[in-house]
Each structure stands twice: as structure tokens, then as C-alpha cells.
Design a binder for this molecule. Structure first.
Ligand SMILES: Nc1ncnc2c1ncn2[C@@H]1O[C@H](COP(=O)(O)OP(=O)(O)OP(=O)(O)O)[C@@H](O)[C@H]1O
Ligand SMILES: O=P(O)(O)OC[C@H]1O[C@H](OP(=O)(O)OP(=O)(O)O)[C@H](O)[C@@H]1O
Ligand SMILES: [Mg+2]
Length: 282
């Protein structure tokens, strides 16, 4: 049985379970369930704190896990990213009260509050800055107001939390993060069950970002039409009973679908349809 770590709380938890469900796996019905066996798919899911997942995976007790790239890096665990999942996207940045510093170089002698001590200590050391780091579990933005630190380093998505705390970002993002699948560094890359799991998740990613497009067009416009809808490999062309016309079927990026439909219409294509893809294996 494949043993997989899934985040049990926070920003990663809901989207991770939703993606696994879309990929055809059973998921827990109650947030108190810690382990769920899915015998049909021969998988066992362990619902763990997102911060602990890289440590479990690096120990080799679990085959793979879903976590944030920032949490993986912060843990220093012996695990590596094998698939990007496209949710829980964020940047990791320094912030201060306006007027405290003009750049990271000014942080010398200051205290930086963060929940990601590993990332921050390394970044400060790599930048040659001698600053103290204080670890807080969360709500880090308040640390400056309460005098615990002059600088914070935290996850930023919309920037609302920083704005609400009267803080501004300083310097370039330390890193960008998103949910990722991880495995122990050096684990067998050909592991058949892991490969099948990744193909299922890739199928969900493709189904979420592509649509199927069908249309009819005149044979003389086919090359131009196909240039607009090249598909992932090659479009399917079928003859129509109406002579001089063909039917075309191709996958297109969902976010470009409306523009492509306009361009096809302008080219004389008709009966242009898009349909959702529910699942796929490429
Ligand atoms: N507002 C956010 N937007 C996008 N991603 C976020 C956000 N907050 C946290 N993350 C990401 O979620 C992961 C952190 O998960 P974790 O569950 O520890 O924190 P959380 O989502 O802040 O939950 P909580 O603090 O409520 O426990 C990291 O990968 C982080 O980048
Ligand atoms: O830029 P924003 O869109 O505001 O998102 C970023 C905020 O979201 C997370 O906080 P969370 O609500 O999880 O609280 P926490 O600080 O206790 O982790 C993160 O720690 C930031 O504070
Ligand atoms: Mg949080």
C-alpha cells in the first residue's frame, strides 16, 4: 500500500483533499480522522500537521506527502519536490513599519520574528546579516506592534494582513511557494505506485486548466484554424458530410478559450463548442 501524508489543517488542507478526491481517491469525511485506508486504490492517507509532513516523508515511513515548498525548505528535511500542485501560492517576505529600514542590509542588530526560522536564519546568513531570529507560531504581523521584533518574515498572498498591521514589505521576496508533492531525497523515481499517483494528479491539473474544443471549418481554412488550436500533440480532423468542410477537435487552455473561439469564428469556423474535461491521462 502506498502511504501518503496529507495536510490536516490550514490553507493546504481543503484544496489538497479536494484534489485527491477529484483524482478518484477516498478522502476523510470528518476532520478528526487521522488515517484513512482506501483499499480499492491501495493507498493509506495520513492526515498530519503540514509542518511535520516533510519530516515524516524524509524518515521513509511514508512514501510521499503534500506540503508547501516553504514548509519543506524550512524543515531542512531530506525530501524533494516532485510535482507542483498550483494551489496555496504565496511569497515569503520581510516586512517592517515604514521608516524602519530601506533594505535587508539594514537589518543588522535587529530582531526578526517568523514562523519559518529555518528559511530566515539561512537567508540572513547567506546575505551576511547579523540579526536575531525569534520564533512565533502565527499572527506574526502583531510582533512589531507588541515590541517583540522590528522586522517580520512571513507568508504574503494578497498583502491584506500586512496592510492591516500597518506594515510594508522590504526587499525582494525570499522565495515563492505553492503546494507540492514531495518524496524522500534519493527515493526510487520509478516506483510504480508513486508514478501512478502522480499521473492521476497530473490528470486533475490538466482537466482543471484545459477544455476540449470542437468546431467545423472549411478545408481551405484548416491550416490557419489548426495554428490557433494546435492541441497538446495534434488535433483530430474528421471529414464532414458537407463537402469542403472538416470537424476539428483539440484541447485548448481554458483561460484562452474565449479568445480562440472569437478568432476561429472570424476565420469562418462555425459550431464552435467547448466542453469541460473531467479527467485525463496524457
Ligand atoms: N494566505 C495564504 N495564501 C496562500 N498560501 C498560504 C496562506 N497562508 C499560508 N499559506 C501556505 O500554507 C502553508 C502553511 O500551511 P499551515 O497550515 O502551516 O499554515 P496556514 O495555512 O497559515 O494555517 P494555520 O496558520 O491556520 O494553521 C504554506 O505553504 C504557506 O505558504
Ligand atoms: O497576504 P494575505 O492574503 O493577508 O495572506 C497572508 C497571511 O495568511 C496567513 O495567515 P493565517 O491566516 O494562516 O494566520 P497565521 O499568521 O496565524 O498563520 C499568513 O501567515 C499571513 O499572515
Ligand atoms: Mg497560518
Amino acid at each position: 500500500m502506498l502511504r501518503i501524508a496529507v495536510p490536516n489543517k490550514g490553507s493546504l488542507s481543503g484544496p489538497a483533499s479536494a484534489m485527491l478526491h477529484e483524482a478518484g481517491y477516498q478522502q476523510r469525511k470528518e476532520s478528526k480522522e487521522l488515517v484513512l485506508v482506501d483499499p480499492e486504490n491501495e493507498v493509506e492517507f495520513f492526515y498530519l500537521r503540514p509542518r511535520d509532513i516533510a519530516i515524516y516523508v524524509s524518515s521513509g515511513k511514508l512514501d510521499i506527502g503534500i506540503t508547501g515548498r516553504d514548509l519543506l525548505l524550512d524543515s531542512g528535511a531530506n525530501a524533494e519536490e516532485i510535482l507542483k500542485l498550483g494551489f496555496a501560492r504565496s511569497t515569503f517576505r520581510y516586512a517592517t513599519k515604514p521608516g524602519t529600514a530601506t533594505g535587508v542590509a539594514d537589518f543588522g542588530g535587529m530582531t526578526v520574528a517568523t514562523s519559518y526560522e529555518g528559511i530566515v536564519a539561512k537567508h540572513l546568513a547567506d546575505s551576511g546579516i547579523d540579526a536575531s531570529v525569534v520564533h512565533l507560531d502565527g499572527a506574526v504581523e502583531t510582533a512589531i506592534e507588541l515590541g517583540v521584533a522590528q522586522v517580520i518574515a512571513d507568508v504574503v498572498e494578497t498583502g491584506t494582513s500586512l496592510r492591516n498591521a500597518g506594515l510594508e514589505v522590504i526587499g525582494e521576496p525570499i522565495m515563492t511557494s505553492e503546494a507540492v508533492v514531495i518524496r524522500r531525497t534519493g527515493a526510487d523515481p520509478e516506483h510504480a505506485q508513486v508514478q501512478q499517483f502522480l499521473r492521476r494528479l497530473q490528470g486533475v491539473l490538466v482537466a482543471r486548466s484545459y477544455v476540449m474544443m470542437d468546431y467545423d471549418c472549411r478545408v481551405e481554412n484548416l491550416e490557419q484554424a489548426v495554428a490557433l488550436t494546435p492541441g497538446l500533440e495534434s488535433p483530430t480532423i474528421s471529414p464532414l458530410h458537407h463537402e469542403g468542410w472538416v470537424a476539428v477537435r483539440s484541447m485548448v487552455a481554458a483561460k484562452e478559450a474565449q479568445r480562440i473561439m472569437d478568432d476561429l469564428y472570424a476565420l469562418g469556423a462555425r459550431a464552435i463548442l467547448t466542453t469541460a474535461i473531467h479527467a485525463c491521462r496524457l
